[in-house]
Design a protein around this ligand. Structure first.
Ligand code: PMP
Length: 372
């Protein structure tokens, strides 16, 4: 198998599965109980919080454990909502777990602005500058686009916020960036940052919301008051500990350089093929391609018969027609239909990349012949 859909999910580290088992079957205690074994677990969770903050490059703020990025994004946005004059700003490139929350706010009568993307997939900073004002409560932009690999200039967005709307909160969906890109959260001063473990070899169903100042956040789930009251429900200890294992076992800088080599190799092997085009974006982990005259989904299905797995956009939205993100970048419907997404992991070998390119080009021309 050549798995090229690592933006959809990654394979969990085997060592993480061992850790999972330990905290599911031996150290299985509820961190909220009062006896020593539970208190130990609660302390271990606090250790994970500190570890994640260090990885984000900060000592300030709080870490809230959630069931994944979808919940973290919902909590960040709905938990920051205030009644009254406030306005909310989102990019059109956001994942459905942000975009559909924005639509929900709109349906509730809030003023919501959507900022389009430029041809290279980044937020249109000039439009953002124009749209924000002294009534802006929250700006929500993603760090890295899951569709294209475009990396938003968060330092620039942080400056726009500082200059035009210092009262606004900045929420960043960091799902495709955390444990992948080297960065320091203090460089762009995000108030809220979303993380999902299964994108970096952790388990599915666990995530994090980093909150710089939790007193400004309201809970969206009501219950026993775990996670400082911001997210009730017994913490998913085995998954949290397996997530920590993944973080500890990822060398971000080393992987970044290695994966950059994989993406360069992929481009080198595919760019000369007639009818193939690709988007030049900054994240080495994601590459968006178009295969003129062939439906991306048809290509994806044909490739699975060769045990090669690619994506056709966000796994959460493949059943929907069109593609809001690519449309916002000005792509036409033919380019969108012929689009596939290839996403890398440091577990891939250069030989596999060369083989995949060869098979993808071969499969593309075979389908093209048939549909002519
Ligand atoms: N945001 C982005 C940018 C994503 O790529 C994804 C996963 N496709 C999510 C949010 C949702 O993550 P989860 O599966 O943890 O809910």
């Amino acid at each position: 198998m050549i798995y090229l859909d690592n933006a959809a999910t990654t394979k969990m580290f085997e060592g993480g599965a061992d850790i999972y088992k330990k905290y599911a079957c031996q150290s299985f205690f509820n961190p909220s109980a009062g006896y020593n074994k539970s208190i130990e677990i609660a302390k271990e969770l606090d250790g994970v919080r500190e570890h994640i903050k260090r990885r984000l490059g900060t000592t300030k703020g709080s870490i809230i454990f959630t069931s994944g990025a979808t919940e973290s994004n919902n909590l960040a946005i709905i938990g920051s909502k205030r009644n009254g004059k406030w306005e909310y700003v989102f990019s059109l490139g956001e994942h459905p777990s942000v975009y559909n929350v924005a639509r929900f706010l709109e349906s509730q009568g809030h003023i919501v602005h959507f900022v389009g993307l430029t041809k290279n997939g980044q937020v249109d900073y000039e439009v953002l500058r124009r749209v924000v004002n002294d009534k802006t409560r929250l700006i929500s932009v993603m760090h890295v686009s899951n569709e294209t690999g475009a990396v938003n200039d968060l330092v620039k967005i942080g400056e726009i916020r500082k200059e035009r709307c210092p009262q606004a909160l900045l929420h960043v969906d960091g799902v495709q960036a955390f444990c992948k890109l080297p960065f320091n959260i203090e460089d762009f001063n995000a108030d809220l940052y979303t993380i999902s473990a299964h994108k970096f070899h952790g388990p599915k169903g666990v995530g994090v919301l980093y909150v710089k100042n939790p007193s400004g956040l309201k809970n969206i789930v009501y219950g026993g008051g775990q996670e400082g009251g911001y997210r009730s429900g017994t913490e998913n200890v085995p998954c949290i500990m397996a997530m920590k294992y993944a973080i500890e076992n990822i060398d971000v800088e080393k992987n970044y350089q290695y994966v950059k080599g994989l993406k360069d190799c992929f481009i080198e092997n595919i760019e000369k093929a007639d009818g193939v085009s690709y988007l030049q974006t900054e994240s080495p982990y994601i590459l968006s391609l178009s295969f003129s005259g062939v439906n991306g989904e048809t290509l994806m299905r044909a490739l699975q018969d060769k045990d090669i797995y690619v994506g056709v956009g966000s796994a959460c939205s493949t059943k929907k027609a069109g593609n809001r993100v690519l449309e916002s970048m000005g792509m036409n419907i033919d380019e969108i239909k012929s689009h596939i997404r290839v996403s890398f992991s440091e577990e891939l070998k250069l030989d596999e990349i060369r083989k995949a390119c060869h098979e993808i080009i071969d499969t593309y021309y075979t389908i093209l012949e048939k549909v002519k």
